[in-house]
Ligand binder design. Structure first.
Ligand SMILES: [Zn+2]
Length: 224
């Protein structure tokens, strides 16, 4: 799978009109402080979020030297599937820098083939060993889907695809009692995480779920 995928990307590269440097590597050799395992990558994300939540963010690896280092190659240490919500930018809430995260952001977040392919690129082509599914408190996409389920109404256009993706978690959370939206957020992250964890394309990576608290800035993790 890896070599076939690489060939397909090389074919795309060759077909592009812009000249591509012959020596452009798929990814750089890891730096000395590069997290060498999923556990170390997760530890770095936890530490970064602790700084962010405590309003002590360092904004690391965002200087001119880092820009030069990642200009021709990248070696992110985690893949994040997160929501489009403007209040949950992964690089900020994990207090990381340029080239640290490969981020895929969709409403919910929701999974489609483009999102799956993008995530797979991070794991298979860039060698990332940690995938984080990042949901968040009071998610608008999930709140809207809950409201649709409550009222029996529908949404127009492309929004329906997002709702269809989130609806199974909303339905499963309905009977749980308590805060329907909060339960659906957790159920949706778990559902997406299980999907990824059971997909052979991600067998080389550890998949963890995460929930961002809008009030405190803290992120809690849960394995699958
Ligand atoms: Zn959201």
């Amino acid at each position: 799978m890896r070599s076939r995928t690489r060939r397909s990307f090389l074919a795309l590269t060759a077909a592009a009109s812009a000249p591509v440097p012959a020596a452009l590597p798929a990814h750089a050799a890891p730096a000395a402080d590069h997290p060498s395992s999923a556990a170390r990558a997760l530890a770095r994300l936890r530490a970064g979020n602790r700084r962010y939540a405590a309003l002590r963010a360092r904004h690391p690896r965002q200087d001119e030297e880092r820009r030069r280092t990642v200009a021709l190659s990248q070696r992110p240490f985690a893949v994040v599937l997160g929501c489009i919500d403007s209040r949950v930018p992964p690089e900020l809430v994990f207090d990381v820098g340029l080239g640290d995260l490969l981020c895929v952001r969709t409403a919910g977040p929701s999974l489609d083939e483009a999102a799956l392919g993008s995530l797979q690129f991070g794991v298979e082509e860039l060698g990332v060993r940690l995938v984080v599914v990042l949901g968040h408190e009071r998610c608008g996409a999930i709140s809207a889907t809950v409201e649709l389920a409550r009222t029996g109404t529908t949404v127009p256009g492309h929004l329906a695809r997002v709702v269809d993706e989130i609806a199974p978690a909303v339905c499963s959370a309905r009977a749980a009692g308590g805060d329907w939206v909060e339960n659906a957020v957790r159920a949706h992250v778990a559902r997406v995480g299980r999907t990824l964890a059971g997909d052979p394309a991600f067998s080389q990576a550890a998949v963890v779920g995460a929930r961002f608290d809008l009030d405190t800035g803290r992120i809690s993790f849960s394995p699958f």
